[in-house]
Design a protein around this ligand. Structure first.
Ligand code: NAD
Length: 434
């Protein structure tokens, strides 16, 4: 099938490439000329495991192309996916300006029947509005559909190639059939393609992210309670996770959720809920708990030094909002570092892939290590913020030898507090008995 993917970011690039991988002809369009030039030179602008070689293979086979020419992409395709960003506006609502401008452009360049699909996460009613905007520009026949994306950065290719489910929102059974055909190769193991109306499909994406954010904030509150009551959240987590009604995934307390989706999507659902006349009660608290949690680790460090943190060297391991991505959007590390800098600490940070993105935020206000041990020289404390696999089994003797004080603040509870105590470390986790 002929596909045009408009917006070549984390979602558009992965999705477009995976559609090409199953034999479709895909044209990826972006407004960012530099990004398109990089892709055409074979340089992949984001870090996503496995993506590089898949892009190169499909470009070579002639199934995947990159352009800034939206008209060409639209004219050549049956399916037009909108995968542009929908970031937060100042009032918390989703900023849909890119969706609207792309819709107008699609309308202007229609040359026959098309199916326009919102792949971006968009508030309920957006896909209907996209239809109106396109209809103002063209008399060509077209349909619209909603097809929210559930991939996770860091595992995006696997998630897209083997999804837990595919959600398709259409008001027309023929469009459902065509989209099912497109997705058939991805659900051969029997995972469902869930066809529903457009509004339910749009809301499904927000409900999923809001539920996951709620789980995180809930566990962070239980962790905070554990610290005050002398309980161990690692044990409580296992205790509740073994109940199949609860399940064991996504129950890890930490430094709060971040990234390009949960924070903005929680804000947006609250906002469009209000606009629809319904004030959501739980989600504003989920956000508040998350804000509090993002401050917690930095405040623990500051308190440890008895508010005398001025000039102390704090080493940081892990900067991206989660492992296996270079995405720094709304990463908890930003809040933590800002708080420590404001208190007078000196920061030396390391991340396996997110250093370049971090430099765009902090520049030379902090220093960076080329390897994880580099940042530990004479450090007064080590903070583990993002649980990259390579941090899980470090050489603790080496760490102790490098640091001025063997103090570890573990924002993800990846280390064993008892073992570290035996090795002579002072250790702080999240929700653990001191
Ligand atoms: P992104 O910022 O990485 O990419 C968006 C791309 O759209 C950018 O390359 C930008 O240049 C391009 N763009 C903006 N305006 C354009 C225009 N007028 N014409 C052409 N291109 C334009 O964003 P993303 O992370 O890929 O997210 C895209 C959407 O998918 C969002 O709605 C997001 O909520 C949703 N989503 C993201 C993820 C994720 O993990 N990142 C997962 C599921 C859903």
């Amino acid at each position: 099938m002929k596909i045009c993917m408009i917006g070549t970011g984390y979602v558009g690039l992965v999705t477009g490439t995976c559609f090409a991988e199953t034999g479709n002809d895909v044209i990826c369009v972006d407004i960012d000329r530099d990004k398109i030039d990089q892709l055409n030179r074979g340089h992949i602008p984001i870090y996503e495991p496995g993506l590089d070689e898949m892009i190169k293979r499909n470009m070579k086979e002639g199934r995947l192309a990159f352009t800034t020419d939206l008209a060409h992409g639209v004219k050549a395709s049956l399916f037009i996916f909108i995968a542009v960003g929908t970031p937060s506006s100042d009032d918390g609502s989703a900023n849909l300006s890119s969706v609207w401008s792309v819709s107008r452009e699609i309308g202007k360049h229609m040359n026959g029947y098309k199916i326009v699909v919102t792949k971006s996460t968009v508030p309920v009613g957006t896909t209907e509005r996209v239809k109106e905007i396109i209809a103002q520009e063209t008399r060509e026949p077209f349909d619209v559909a909603s097809n929210p994306e559930f991939l996770k950065e860091g595992a995006a290719i696997d998630d897209f190639m083997k999804p837990d489910r595919v959600v398709i929102g259409t008001n027309d059974p023929r469009v459902t059939e065509l989209l099912k055909e497109l997705y058939e190769p991805f659900v051969r193991t029997g995972k469902p393609i869930l066809a529903m109306d457009i509004r339910s499909s749009e809301l499904t994406k927000y409900a999923a992210n809001a539920m996951l954010a709620t789980r995180i904030s809930f566990m962070n509150e239980i962790a905070n309670l554990c610290e005050r009551l002398g309980a161990d959240v690692n044990l409580v987590r296992r205790g509740i996770g073994s109940d199949p009604r609860i399940g064991s995934s996504f129950l890890f307390p930490g430094v709060g959720y971040g990234g390009s989706c949960f924070p903005k999507d929680v804000k947006a659902i609250i906002k469009f809920g209000l606009e629809a006349g319904y004030e959501m009660k739980i989600l504003p608290m989920v956000e508040e708990v998350n804000q509090q949690q993002k401050r917690l680790l930095a405040d623990k460090v500051i308190a440890y030094f008895g508010n005398m943190i001025q000039g102390k060297k704090v080493a940081i391991w892990g900067l991206s909002f989660k492992p296996r991505t270079d995405d720094m959007r709304d990463a908890p590390s930003i809040e933590i570092i800002n708080r420590l800098l404001a208190a007078g600490a000196v920061i030396a940070a390391f991340d396996p892939v997110a250093i370049n993105e971090t430099k765009k935020i902090f520049g030379d206000r902090i220093t960076y290590g080329a390897k994880n041990y580099d940042v530990l020289q004479d450090a007064d404390a080590l903070l583990l913020i993002t649980e990259w696999n390579e941090f899980r089994e470090p050489d603790f003797e080496k760490i102790k030898g490098l640091m001025k004080n063997p103090v570890i603040f573990d924002g993800r509870n990846i280390y064993d507090s008892k073992k570290l105590a035996e090795k002579g470390f002072i250790y702080f986790g999240i929700g653990l008995t001191p």
